[in-house]
Write a protein of this length. Sequence first.
Length: 253
Amino acid sequence: MSGEVLGTITLRVQRYRPDTDEAPHLVDYEVPWGRDTSVLDALTWVKDHLDPTLAFRWSCRMAICGSCGFVLNGTPRLGCEHFVRDYAPGPLLVEPLANLAVERDLVVDLEPFLASLERARPWLVPDPEDPPGEAGNRQTPEQMLAYHDYAMCIDCLLCYAACPQVALAPDFLGPAAITAAVRYDKDSRDHGSDDRLPALDREDGLWTCTFVGACSTACPKGVDPAAAIQQAKAATAAAWAAEFLLPRRGGRP
């Protein structure tokens, strides 16, 4: 561990191997720390010096990849972005993200989220009647600002761990997936909002959200998924009104 060692802290880490353990259990590790020791650094020290079997995800160490999400003393956070010094003298409880099945120790199953994300169709859908020319699909700075904040999502799933509705309704599309749909709906280059609407306008889509706002509080990038969901609800209600007032929109003569 680089830098001056300022002390030690007890990392109380949840361990669990579903194939061999009857239930999750906590294991304590004494870890040295310095001013610049992140929680991810501390976990890496445990793996390198005390227990190589400890399993967790990480990649960039710069709060960009979203891999190192944990629950730290009850709050969903990125391990690379938070420092041990802020939890001293400890102990520091490190648990896997809530509301997601544990594969091993601090590693959670991402497949249900990826399936939800695919339902939200998070990609640009071009206009079939007006394909882009040689200049491509140009966009003004103002048009980009309409969706820029929502494009900052790194899919870290802290919002899923914080959301009480994800806990109550596991089939809920969820904050990050809905935010991704809104991000593309607001993109001036996109023509896929009608394609995304069926995934949003259903019982396990938009309407499961009760606007607690915990997702926005947990977001490390300031994305505000709660606002995105409320905007999507308003847009869906407007689509209902359009269908009612303009029946030709649905293809009827």
